[in-house]
Design a protein around this ligand. Sequence first.
Ligand SMILES: [Ca+2]
Ligand SMILES: [Ca+2]
Length: 261
Amino acid sequence: MTLITLLDHKNVLILKKKQKIMKLKASALILLLSLFNHLQAGIAFSDDFNDGALGSHLDNFEGTFAETGGQLKNIYGTRSTIRTSDSDYISNDFIFESTITISSTEIAFMGMGTGAQDPNLSNEPFGAYLRMHDSTLVGGRVDLVVNSSPLSGFEFVDYGFGNFGNGTHRVRSTLTGSLLTFDIDQHYNGTFNTDASSSVDLSLFSFNSTNSHLFVGTSTSGAAYDDMLVSVSAVPEPASLSLLLLSCGSLAFFRRKRKIV
Ligand SMILES: [Ca+2]
Ligand SMILES: [Ca+2]
């Protein structure tokens, strides 16, 4: 083999090695970017219900709700719920809040679950949720309840921890890990101030990625929802974190190696 042939062979080997490193760097970068997207926090949706048409982020699965007068209302007139199209809210930490105006004989419901009616229990929804009464019903009492297996029926987690009654109020539910907390601001004026708060540990119940919608409901047409906001902060799973560290490590390795060369 001549000297020129040997040099050519060496150049080809160097070029191939460089191409291989470039490919690995690109793969590490793509992996890093996709994980970064996965881990980003953000607004799932916000809705002022002002344009008269339900957005695709809501699943009007009972066909009973509509946007009317700039609010979300039960137009059916008997106990019913509407829920988010996404069903996996148990998978991430979130904040779910909405303003509720109660004007007549009413129980309003707000929480997480399928929201479907339980025929064996006065059509209470399935899930973990608040029951918020108007002023003429038990004095406006607010309860935190769970209606989910392994319970046989619904159970009061916190009976009468707050008071709503008629008027405009705001509810904020926050999932942190498995702890679901409800904060209520009675007579909301635009700045959220917690008047009452209660929590439930959901790890004891059977919430999963197919039954964890967010839902609101009413027992008549005497209540309306407005200015709904859902923000989600992704929780990195251990496997995702390992991959993230691996891809960061790979890029750092390539950079250091380049400096040495
Ligand atoms: Ca709309
Ligand atoms: Ca509105």
